[in-house]
Design a protein around this ligand. Structure first.
Ligand code: SF4
Length: 191
């Protein structure tokens, strides 16, 4: 006798819960060492804070990573690479952004070549406030992310799929702006 839809749903929910419990204890990260935050990662990973005891470790390729860390301010040029890396990661995938620069531009709020709000271009599951957050703040963010995964609330990757056109439009806008600025500079150099 086959399963009813209700039973299938229940089984699906049970399996998802189990998968979430397993995946939150095995977070492999790829860190894009932009900005000043990269320097906080060695103490997070080495004996002082020893993030591996939580199942957190680094991964060389995006295709096997679960978490993308953006460790500070981002230029438009770097944003292109960040998007490529994010799109290569398998779902479910999560993004943690470090420092004020990723939230609102921070001290680069009026810079012409850095982006101000990372979440306009890729979904961010967690921000760590500060300039720059200390290793304790980073560990704390991972623990919070584990909780969100467990509760099924870390769903940025679904948002990216759902609002894909909107993200692409924002990305196009910022890249077109960059191309126009480069053309302007070239013209100025010619004169
Ligand atoms: S928030 Fe501060 S520490 Fe972080 S990238 Fe910006 S300027 Fe650097």
């Amino acid at each position: 006798m086959g399963l009813h839809n209700g039973d299938k749903m229940m089984r699906y929910e049970e399996w998802s819960k189990l998968a979430r419990k397993a995946s939150k204890k095995s977070l492999w990260m790829v860190h894009f060492c932009t900005g000043c935050g990269a320097v906080e990662m060695p103490p997070v990973m080495t004996s002082r804070y020893d993030a591996e005891r939580f199942g957190i470790t680094s991964m060389a390729t995006p295709r096997q990573a679960d978490v993308l860390l953006i460790t500070g301010y981002l230029t438009v040029k770097t944003l292109r690479r960040v998007i490529q890396v994010y799109e290569q990661m398998q779902s479910p995938k999560y993004v943690i952004a470090f420092g004020s620069c990723t939230i609102n531009g921070g001290m680069y709020w009026d810079s012409y070549n850095t982006i101000k709000h990372l979440e306009k271009y890729i979904p961010v599951d967690l921000y760590i406030a500060g300039c720059m957050p200390r290793p304790e703040g980073i560990i704390n963010a991972f623990i919070k992310l584990m909780k969100l995964i467990d509760e099924g609330k870390a769903r940025g990757w679904e948002k990216y799929q759902k609002y894909y056109d909107r993200y692409k439009e924002n990305q196009r806008r910022v890249f077109n702006f960059e191309i126009k600025e480069e053309q302007k500079e070239e013209k100025n150099e010619e004169h």
